[in-house]
Write a protein that binds this ligand. Structure first.
Ligand code: NDP
Length: 469
């Protein structure tokens, strides 16, 4: 890829996540020959753009980490050659004319509010795009299965599907490859990776962070749309997928799509009526303390509208209705303002068919924990002793898994710039993720599923337990 064009270059995502990710990628020597162009509706001077790059590139320019001497020199050259352009992408013809002056092939990153990205794509024409252009779309991708379908149709007019990168920065290379390596390179594990041996799978992303001044976005999204509809369903699909023949994007993404097509909330075939109050839960934080920080009630946070009925903790029980997984609940949970950070998938295995009489103590289930950031692995097993060898005791075997030194957005951009859509969400998959959760969101909106409460800093509402509690 020759040029990375960032639309929305003056925005929060660009400054906080995207540019630092680009910088680390270039400084590690993995994006040779790249040019960087920023565009936004603000009238920024060249000096103001350079100031933004100074701030976002500072970490990567410091020696150490994954930066190499040549990479740092390259990053300095990219910064010196980078320009900013004022541009209203929703003005007819403006983006097209601008792109005709950019050296291709281009990676066009839409770091814009979703409605603005959609409008910009609707008025773009195929002829405006330099050959080989790749479109990079941020989340949320649509707001329902129907709107995601319409957006897919708009994009399909412009470039082929494998030139569209729907970003899910949770699908970092380390996360995806570590799960696949663990499952598909170990006969022992893959052999028992099915409903005969697995009791349940939990995928949890709990964070102590609160609203952090993001009401404009979060108070409309909530935990369900922000985390479960996108990131956690993708991770579930990688946990549940059939072994692909290769790690090529088509083999992997076909198998991910097949899992999501088979998924429903609660057990049962697609379209069957589900008791959503039995298979989904939602809650909102109230006043509390996290560490030494006092947290207000969510409803008192600046910019929050109680009428939106936004949840800050959500849990859904998804079933993958196929031969391998029939009857196994996949519990997806994510929330804010919780007492401790927890980012992991936990596979709980079924008990042994018969525990020989004479053993004392508890026969606890074998559990495998796969941690996402830091990337870790631990296996909980029952062993004998200590002291009384007839008594069962718990041990935990632990390992640290490899991770990529790039930041999550560096990993995303690595895929885009090296023209590999493996870690990008495919169009059909984006639609399926909305289809799976749409009925739950409708039930939450109508009040069919009660809104529970939990004090900020706690582990969640009473009675919500997971395998670690
Ligand atoms: P911001 O509101 O901070 O930035 C939006 C950017 O879009 C600004 O640079 C704005 O320019 C520009 N813009 C708006 N309208 C136009 C237009 N008509 N023509 C050209 N530029 C325009 O949003 P974020 O950076 O927070 O979010 C961007 C995208 O990234 C969203 O889709 C969001 O969901 C997604 N995202 C954001 C994350 C975050 O942490 N911020 C995390 C994950 C995803 P100006 O200021 O001049 O109007």
């Amino acid at each position: 890829m020759k040029t990375l064009v960032i639309l929305g270059a003056s925005g929060d995502l660009t400054g906080r996540l995207l540019l630092p990710g680009v910088a680390r990628l270039i400084a590690s020597g993995r994006a040779p020959g790249l040019s960087l162009v920023g565009a936004g509706s603000d009238d920024w001077s060249a000096g103001r753009w350079q100031e933004r790059l100074d701030g976002s590139f500072a970490d990567a320019l410091a020696p150490g980490g994954a930066s190499t001497k040549e990479g740092i020199a390259e990053l300095k050259a990219v910064q010196a050659g980078s320009s900013y352009h004022q541009l209203d992408v929703t003005a007819k013809g403006a983006l097209g004319t601008f792109l005709q002056g950019v050296q291709g092939p281009v990676a066009l990153y839409f770091a814009l509010p979703p409605a603005v990205s959609q409008k910009a794509c609707e008025i773009l024409a195929k002829k405006d795009l330099p050959p080989g252009t790749r479109l990079v779309m941020e989340k949320p991708f649509g707001s329902s299965a129907e709107s995601a379908r319409a957006l897919n149709a708009t994009l399909a007019r412009l470039v082929p599907e494998n030139h569209i990168h729907r970003v899910d920065h949770f699908l970092g290379k380390s996360t995806v490859l570590n799960v696949m390596g663990l499952r598909f390179a170990n006969r022992l594990l893959e052999h028992s990776w099915n409903s005969e041996h697995v009791e349940k799978v939990e995928i949890v992303f709990d964070e102590p962070l609160t609203l952090e001044n993001r009401a404009r976005y979060y108070d409309h999204a909530g935990a369900g749309r922000d985390m479960i509809q996108s990131h956690l369903l993708q991770i579930m699909a990688i946990m549940a997928m059939e072994p692909p023949a290769t790690l090529g994007e088509q083999d992997v993404r076909d198998n991910i799509a097949s899992v999501l097509r088979a998924a429903t909330i609660g057990p049962g075939a697609a379209g069957a009526a589900t008791d959503l109050a039995a298979h989904t839960r939602r809650a909102r934080y109230t006043e509390g303390t996290i560490g030494d920080r006092k947290v207000p009630n969510y409803l008192d946070e600046e910019g929050v509208d109680p009428a939106n009925g936004t949840e800050t903790l959500a849990e859904v029980e998804v079933h993958v209705n196929n031969w391998r997984w029939a009857g196994v609940p996949f519990i997806l949970r994510s929330g804010k303002a919780l007492g401790r950070a927890r980012k992991e998938a936990v596979v709980t295995f079924k008990p042994v068919p018969h525990l020989p009489g004479g053993f004392k103590g508890t026969d606890s289930p074998t559990r495998l924990h796969i941690g996402f950031g830091p990337e870790t692995l631990s296996l909980d097993l029952d062993v004998n002793g200590p002291g009384d060898l007839f008594s069962l005791d718990r041990v935990q075997l632990q390992a640290v898994l490899a991770s990529d030194p790039l930041l999550p957005y560096g990993e995303v951009l690595d895929g885009v710039l090296s023209a590999d859509p493996l870690l990008s969400v495919r169009g059909d998959t984006a639609e399926e993720c909305w289809r799976i959760v749409e009925t739950a969101f409708a039930a939450w909106k109508s009040g069919e599923v009660p809104m529970e409460e939990y004090p900020a800093g706690s582990t969640g509402p009473q009675g919500w337990t997971t395998s670690n509690d």
